[in-house]
Write a protein that binds this ligand. Structure first.
Ligand SMILES: *[C@@H]1O[C@H](CO)[C@@H](O)[C@H](O)[C@H]1NC(C)=O
Ligand SMILES: *[C@@H]1O[C@H](CO)[C@@H](O)[C@H](O)[C@H]1NC(C)=O
Ligand SMILES: *[C@@H]1O[C@H](CO)[C@@H](O)[C@H](O)[C@H]1NC(C)=O
Length: 461
């Protein structure tokens, strides 16, 4: 029988979520836990195809990857979020229970389940089976605080109960101390497809209700980043930022092979000279916008490293050929970058980002000032943190007539950000505070308490 304490980790089945959750799994493994990482069959296949590992084989960090069905056929598209969400809620709890039963029978007794805060049905399964459960919030804790306030927003007549659409445009305070949040930046409002908005909203509502099954709620944030939120919602414990700190700094769970050559290219660039531009794993800019970004980067006259994903619209990348030729001496386009290493590289001067929480944290944890180009979910909220609370970045404004961020706007903001040393110095200051927090400060202590609590013998009430 295995003497290690066994825990199970369950991510949301989407790239932006699988990679960070793998970081959490690795952190647990480094603390001596035996970790089983549970993907959906569909995601598992994608991850295994991008990796050199054999199925079921433990990876170098001792993490075992397994999978269960998400309720759809393998060949089905997963673009209809409503269908996927419904299928997952219907099929996955039973499958997870069977998996845990089987593992228990094999002597790998599960002591704790870690689930993403959008997969909290899994904590219901844990509760039912008498296993400890932790909800993990990979986004800002403020967004989870917002979700938990949804019933009140409905009863106050600010949003409707069906799809969360705004009934009264205003600024809301989740608590007297917290900064106002504009209804426009509510994460579900960015979905202009009303079916998608309704299913996303309902998914948030259900998942947040299921938080009642969580024994603990932890978040990839720190008190330095969201002080008012953590004092108003003391049941949320900051344990982050959880950086990729394994010795090789390699990330698991990639969907696309990383372009490592860009690191040696960065080595050849002057210190603090390169604009790094990357927009996450699911943003999609149309052809016109892609071209404006290209021309904007060209106008700056600075070296740049730009991530253009392989699944970017063919049409969108057409017309970049001549741009690539013109900028070949100082620019580089890659399909997927080792982002953590890039942001840690001294040649990087600033980061043009979609403001996903993970990218936001990677930027500030490395002392890199940011230029914000949010497009959905919590990204608008994150932009407000970056620009208004921490003041370590600037937002790109869209041109009203075209709805595009134009090349001159990019040039202006890059010059403004790099022309004023205050942004870099605030970013470096934030970096120091965050490092302190995870090394010995409150994030470190909260994490240590969780580890201790998992190891405690269960008292069955
Ligand atoms: C936490 O955020 C960092 C960015 O600072 C990211 O690299 C990491 O993957 C995230 N971890 C989790 C578990 O969300
Ligand atoms: C963080 O997110 C970015 C963009 O979505 C992605 O490129 C990167 O691989 C992620 N990294 C980690 C450690 O989660
Ligand atoms: C956990 O984080 C909170 C911030 O929300 C902090 O006040 C508290 O002291 C931390 N707990 C420990 C044990 O340090």
């Amino acid at each position: 029988m295995d003497t290690l304490v066994h825990v199970l980790v369950i991510p949301v089945p989407a790239q932006g979520h699988v990679i960070p959750m793998m970081e959490l799994a690795k952190k647990l493994a480094r603390h001596g836990f035996k970790v089983t990482f549970v993907n959906t069959d569909f995601i598992h296949t994608v991850v295994m195809n991008a990796s050199t590992k054999n199925e079921e084989e433990d990876d170098d960090d001792g993490i075992r990857q397994v999978s269960i069905p998400d309720g759809l056929e393998l060949g089905d598209t997963r673009t209809n979020f409503g269908r996927l969400s419904e299928a997952m809620q219907r099929v996955m709890p039973q499958k997870l229970e069977e998996l845990i039963e089987k593992m228990n029978a094999d002597g790998m007794k599960i002591k704790c389940v870690f689930a993403d805060n959008c997969m909290t049905w899994a904590l219901g399964v844990a509760k039912k089976m008498g296993i400890k459960g932790v909800a993990f919030c990979p986004a800002p804790a403020t967004s989870l605080a917002l979700f938990s306030t949804i019933p009140k927003l409905i009863s106050d007549g600010i949003i409707n109960s069906n799809d969360g659409s705004i009934l009264r445009q205003q600024e809301v305070h989740l608590s007297p101390k917290m900064p106002a949040i504009s209804t426009e930046t509510f994460p579900w409002v960015c979905f202009t497809d009303m079916d998608l908005r309704r299913s996303a909203f309902q998914h948030f509502v259900t998942s947040t209700e299921d938080l009642r099954y969580a024994d603990k709620i932890i978040s990839n944030s720190s008190v330095e980043l969201e002080p008012e939120t953590f004092s108003s919602f003391p049941n949320m414990l900051p344990v982050g930022p959880l950086l990729a700190t394994n010795t090789r700094g390699n990330q698991g769970g990639n969907f696309w092979p990383e372009d490592l050559a860009c690191l040696s290219w960065l080595d050849q660039q002057p210190v603090s000279s390169v604009i790094y531009a990357a927009f996450g794993s699911s943003s999609s800019h149309d052809q016109k916008q892609v071209l404006e970004i290209a021309l904007g980067l060209e106008l700056t006259g600075k070296p740049f490293l730009w991530v253009v994903r392989p699944d970017t619209d063919k049409e969108a990348t057409e017309g970049l050929a001549s741009f690539e030729e013109r900028t070949v001496s100082r620019g580089r386009m890659v399909s997927w970058a080792p982002q953590e290493k890039v942001l840690r590289h001294p040649s990087v001067a600033c980061f043009v980002t979609h403001c996903g929480w993970n990218s936001t944290l990677q930027g500030v944890s490395n002392g890199v000032p940011l230029i914000c180009f949010p497009y959905s979910a919590d990204q608008f909220l994150n932009k407000r943190f970056i620009c208004d609370s921490w003041k370590v970045g600037l937002g790109l404004e869209k041109d009203e007539s075209t709805g595009l961020v134009r090349k001159h706007e990019i040039l202006t903001k890059v010059n403004q950000l790099l022309g004023d040393k205050i942004y870099k110095s605030r970013a470096m200051d934030m970096k120091e505070k965050l490092l302190h927090s995870v090394r010995e400060g409150s994030s470190y202590r909260n994490w240590s308490n969780i580890v201790e609590w998992i190891n405690e013998e269960q008292v069955i009430a």
